[in-house]
Design a protein around this ligand. Structure first.
Ligand SMILES: Cc1cc2nc3c(=O)[nH]c(=O)nc-3n(C[C@H](O)[C@H](O)[C@H](O)COP(=O)(O)OP(=O)(O)OC[C@H]3O[C@@H](n4cnc5c(N)ncnc54)[C@H](O)[C@@H]3O)c2cc1C
Length: 423
């Protein structure tokens, strides 16, 4: 989001400095070196409705790097792996009656046509899903996913948030029977590198390993930043760091706004990545509802992005209040490896070529009912200070495409804020 915003502002003739805490650009979409492979710390797929991303790729002449793959989905339920994701799989799934299956199909059909999410913003996701598909189908198909992502917060999640997720994936199909997802050749880094090149070419400055310590404010106007103890003067500051960091970085914000930010909860993620010598399944995405397994799903990335070996991600989403939030890397890897034999009885520990864990403290905002009202504004009462994070995509869920979109919107807002300051 920060890169997209910087790029837009530079195109319009502003001077821009971009500060990144880490050693590499990308945040949640950052790549790392993993057993001879440069790969994202967290899996990324692209959907057919990710239009802001497509526009940016075209502008950067990267459209030919976007590839589409027909992908398969699975559902591991009560110890057995089922095919999932098309009407035939639904019809042949043995654990639901015909009426529930019809209700489920109609729900997807209706949701993918929804344009106005304001009514669903006021409903809880669970109540909405139960109303459409019935309590039994909800329990089988959805409950474990909510439980293992949101825990004690699961009943508060907004129906609009889950609705847009359903819609985005449901519309990413070549036909009723074929799901089609996209990936970038070279991963998200292809886009990040191209944006970085453009930012530098347009005269922007990128400062890596440069955590911002404080946004400096006088008389409710931005003066600049404090980075590594040094003061840098700026007329405007756009923050795209996760919102929970903001009250500490900008102590001059009004109390009520800091309170609003602090009221938004997030789940962190600890994501296990495995390199295996053989494919675990044929599925890209595998939903799991099995009380013996503590993960909501497995993502076999190599079934989207062809690779000579299997790459599997296993995300553990946990609110910071979760008793196992600090579970060690070794024990998370051990836990996941313990599950793989359930999924594929042929799995053997000899298949494991490498394993690692990546963590992101604020990985998933918990978008609760009436979330539109809870969202802090992009433009704050401090003149020249704007902020947004993945929370602001609401009702959409996190995606690179939404980051691009929001980056552009922030640039428009910053331009207006700077003009106001001059007038
Ligand atoms: C497990 C997982 C799976 C995902 N799957 C998909 C997917 O399939 N498809 C998809 O499109 N999207 C997916 N996403 C979402 C996507 O990665 C995010 O929407 C996107 O990367 C968000 O980018 P951002 O720039 O808005 O925020 P962030 O990635 O949060 O970036 C914030 C940046 O701020 C930096 N920072 C923090 N504090 C400071 C400071 N004090 N000073 C300077 N810099 C600081 C951070 O280091 C980071 O680089 C996924 C995310 C996760 C975690």
């Amino acid at each position: 989001m920060g890169l997209a915003c910087a790029y837009e502002l530079l195109k319009q003739g502003y001077a821009v400095d971009l500060y990144e805490k880490g050693a590499r650009l990308g945040g949640m979409s950052v790549a790392f070196e993993f057993a001879g492979l440069t790969i994202e710390r967290y899996y990324h797929f692209i959907c057919r409705t990710d239009y802001p991303l497509f526009d940016l790729l075209a502008e950067l002449q990267l459209s030919d790097k976007l590839h589409w793959q027909n992908t398969k989905m699975g559902f591991f339920y009560q110890g057995k792996l089922y095919r999932w994701g098309n009407p035939w799989h639904l019809l042949t799934f043995p654990h639901l009656d015909l009426i529930s299956k019809l209700r489920y199909a109609i729900h997807i059909f209706v949701t993918q046509r929804c344009q106005d999410w304001s009514a669903l913003d006021q409903l809880s996701a669970i109540a909405w899903l139960e109303r459409w598909v019935g309590k039994k189908a909800y329990a089988i198909l959805w409950d474990y996913l909510f439980e293992l992502k949101f825990y004690e917060h699961k009943h508060t999640v907004s129906a609009a948030w889950i609705g847009t997720r359903i819609k985005r994936v449901a519309l990413s199909r070549r036909s009723l029977f074929t799901e089609t997802l996209g990936f970038l050749e070279g991963g998200s880094e292809t886009l990040l590198n191209a944006l970085q090149d453009q930012v530098l070419k347009l005269g922007g400055h990128i400062h890596l390993n440069s955590p911002i310590e404080r946004v400096l404010v006088e008389q409710q106007q931005v003066q600049g930043l404090q980075v590594a103890g040094h003061v840098q003067l700026f007329e405007g500051v756009v923050s795209t760091v996760p919102l929970p960091y903001i009250p500490r970085l900008v102590p001059d914000l009004p109390l009520d706004l800091k309170g609003k930010i602090s009221n938004i909860r997030n789940a962190g993620v600890a994501c296990v990545i495995l390199k295996l010598s053989s494919a675990l399944t044929e599925n890209f995405w595998l939903n799991i509802n099995d009380l013996k397994m503590g993960i909501p799903g497995l993502i076999e990335y190599s079934n989207l992005y062809p690779l000579p070996y299997s790459i599997v991600y296993a995300p553990f989403y946990r609110p910071h209040s979760h008793p196992h939030y600090q579970q060690s890397d070794e024990s998370l890897i051990e836990e996941v490896l313990g599950y793989l034999g359930n999924i594929n009885p042929q799995f053997s520990r000899d298949w494991v070529l490498a394993a690692q864990v990546s963590r992101y403290e604020f990985a998933q905002p918990i978008c609760t009912k009436n979330f539109y009202q809870q969202l802090p504004p992009l433009r704050t009462p401090i003149a020249g200070f704007l902020m947004a994070d993945t929370t602001h995509y609401y009702p959409e869920d996190r995606s690179i495409s939404e980051s691009v979109n929001m980056g552009r919107q922030l640039a428009v807002e910053m331009k207006a804020a700077l003009m106001d300051r001059m007038s």
